[in-house]
Design a protein around this ligand. Structure first.
Ligand SMILES: [Zn+2]
Length: 451
C-alpha cells in the first residue's frame, strides 16, 4: 500500500472503518503483544489528527484458538481453565479484563466496538452456511473445513508459495484434509468428552474455528470491505490469509483496502512468545517501578515496521529519558499558549509519512530547544501528544500534589535529621505514613511517594 497518508482514500470520507485483530484471552498479554495495540492506536490517532472519524472494532477471541497450529490440540481457553481449575468463561472474562486494563495503562483509545467471539456464534454459523452453499467447504471426521484449492488466489497477502508447501513437520498432519492449507471453520466437540464451550449447529455440536470470528464480526459491524485492517506480522501467513479466503469467497469483494502489520518485539532469544516462556508483562515493569507509559514511549522510539530489540537495559535508558522529558515538560509551567505552526508542520510531515514516530519524537525534543515561549512550547507538545498519547496535559509536578500538612511534617523531619535525632525522625515518618505518604531516604536526599 501507499504509505503516504495523502494518498489514503476511505470508502466513506466521513468515517474510516478499521478492524484490529485482538487477543486470545487465555493469559496476560506480554509487551510484545501490546506493541501491536500501541501501533494501531497511533494509526487511529493519526487518522483523527487528520480529521477523520474512525469506527473501529477489536475482537476478543474467547473460543476456538487451539494450541496446535493446524486446527489441532486443545482449546487455549479450556486448557487454562483446566490448569487453573476455573471455568472457561471465568478465564475468558478474567483475561479480557486484564487486557483492557493494560490498554488503559498505555493510554490506548478504546475501540468503538469490542466484539467477543462467543457473542457472535450465530453470525459465524451463518457465514459458514454461506460458504457451504457456495461450495467452499467439506466435512471430515473432526469438523467442517475450508477448501483452499477452490479459490484462485489463496495466500495472495502473504504471497504464499503453495506449490511444494507442506504442513509443518512439527505438527501431526491431518490426513483427511484435502490440502495442507485447508482450515477448520467448525470443529466438532470430541466424542470422548464434553467441552465447556460448545453450541448446536447444522453440522453438529461444536465450536467455530479461530479465523471465522474476524470475518463474521468485521462484516457485521464494518461491512464487506474494511478501509483498514491491522495485526502483527505473524498474522499474515495463516490468520489474515484465511480471513481473506472466508470473507472474499462470501462477498466477492476485497476484505480490506489497506493492510498494516507491525513487526515483533525481539528479546535475546528471538520473538517474545508465551510458548517460549520468555514473556514480560506490564505488571513486571510496574514491579520494577517503571510506569507502563514508559513502554509506550519505548514503542514510539522505533518505527512500527522495524523490529524492536527489547532488553531491560534499553528500557531503563528509555525510562531515564522519559523522566527527563517529563521534567522538561513540567518545567515549562502550566500556561498553555499557541501551537507553533512551523514545528507542527514538521511534525505532521513525519507522522503522515507512515507514522514515523522516532522522527516525530526527535522533533518533540527539539521543541524544548527552540526560542518560542514556554507557553507555546507547552501548547505545541500537547498538540503532538494527540498522536503520542503520553498524557502530557495531565502531567504535574509531583511535588505540587503534596498536602500542606504532609509538607510541613517532611520539613520538620529534615530539621531533626540534620540534628541526628533519629528517633524523632522515625516518629515523624510514621505520622507521614498515617497520612498516606511514604518517605524514602537515599543518597540523593528524601523522596516522598504516595502509599
Ligand atoms: Zn483476526
Amino acid at each position: 500500500m501507499s504509505r503516504e497518508l495523502e494518498e489514503f482514500k476511505p470508502q466513506n470520507e466521513n468515517e474510516v472503518t478499521f478492524y484490529s485483530c485482538g487477543p486470545t484471552v487465555y493469559d496476560f498479554a506480554h509487551i510484545g503483544n501490546l506493541r501491536s495495540y500501541i501501533f494501531a492506536d497511533i494509526l487511529q490517532r493519526t487518522l483523527k489528527f487528520n480529521g477523520y472519524n474512525v469506527k473501529r472494532v477489536i475482537n476478543i477471541t474467547d473460543v476456538g484458538h487451539l494450541t496446535g497450529d493446524q486446527d489441532a490440540g486443545e482449546d487455549k481457553i479450556e486448557k487454562t481453565a483446566r490448569l487453573e481449575s476455573k471455568t472457561a468463561w471465568e478465564i475468558a472474562e478474567f483475561y479480557t479484563k486484564a487486557f483492557k486494563e493494560d490498554l488503559e495503562k498505555l493510554n490506548i483509545i478504546e475501540p468503538t466496538i469490542w466484539a467477543k467471539a462467543t457473542d457472535h456464534i450465530e453470525e459465524q454459523i451463518d457465514l459458514i452456511k454461506k460458504l457451504e452453499e457456495k461450495g467452499f467447504t467439506y466435512k471430515i471426521s473432526d469438523g467442517i473445513y475450508f477448501d483452499t484449492s477452490k479459490i484462485e488466489k489463496y495466500g495472495k497477502l502473504a504471497r504464499l508459495n503453495l506449490e511444494g508447501q507442506e504442513e509443518g513437520s512439527r505438527v501431526e498432519v491431518n490426513k483427511e484434509k484435502k490440502n495442507p492449507t485447508d482450515f477448520a471453520l467448525w470443529k466438532f466437540s470430541p466424542v470422548d468428552g464434553q467441552r465447556q464451550m460448545e453450541w448446536e449447529s447444522p453440522w453438529g455440536v461444536g465450536f467455530p474455528g479461530w479465523h471465522v470470528e474476524c470475518s463474521a464480526m468485521s462484516m457485521k459491524y464494518l461491512g464487506d470491505t474494511l478501509d483498514i485492517h491491522t495485526g502483527g506480522i505473524d498474522h499474515i501467513p495463516v490468520h489474515h490469509t484465511n480471513e481473506i479466503a472466508q470473507s472474499e469467497s462470501v462477498t466477492g469483494k476485497s476484505l480490506a483496502n489497506y493492510w498494516l502489520h507491525n513487526e515483533f518485539l525481539i528479546v535475546s532469544d528471538g520473538k517474545m512468545a508465551k510458548s517460549k516462556g520468555n514473556f514480560i508483562t506490564l505488571s513486571a515493569l510496574e514491579e520494577k517501578d517503571i510506569e507502563p507509559i514508559v513502554y509506550r514511549f519505548y514503542a514510539l522510539s522505533a518505527h512500527y515496521r522495524s523490529k524492536l530489540n527489547f532488553s531491560w537495559d534499553s528500557l531503563e535508558n528509555i525510562n531515564q529519558s522519559w523522566k527527563k522529558f517529563k521534567k522538561k515538560f513540567i518545567d515549562l509551567g502550566e500556561q498553555t499558549g499557541q501551537v507553533n505552526a512551523e514545528l507542527l508542520e514538521k511534525f505532521t510531515v513525519d507522522i503522515n509519512n507512515d507514522m514515523a514516530t522516532p522522527q516525530a519524537l526527535a522533533i518533540a525534543w527539539e521543541v524544548f530547544k527552540t526560542s518560542v515561549s514556554d507557553a507555546d512550547k507547552r501548547a505545541t507538545l500537547i498538540k503532538f501528544d494527540e498522536i503520542f498519547g503520553l498524557g502530557l496535559a495531565k502531567l504535574k509536578s509531583e511535588q505540587t500534589d503534596i498536602p500542606e500538612e504532609v509538607a510541613k511534617l517532611v520539613q520538620e523531619r529534615e530539621e531533626v535529621r540534620k540534628n541526628k535525632k533519629w528517633e524523632k525522625s522515625d516518629e515523624l515518618r510514621d505520622k507521614i505514613l498515617e497520612l498516606g505518604w511514604l518517605v524514602e531516604d537515599d543518597s540523593l536526599g528524601t523522596k516522598l511517594k504516595k502509599k
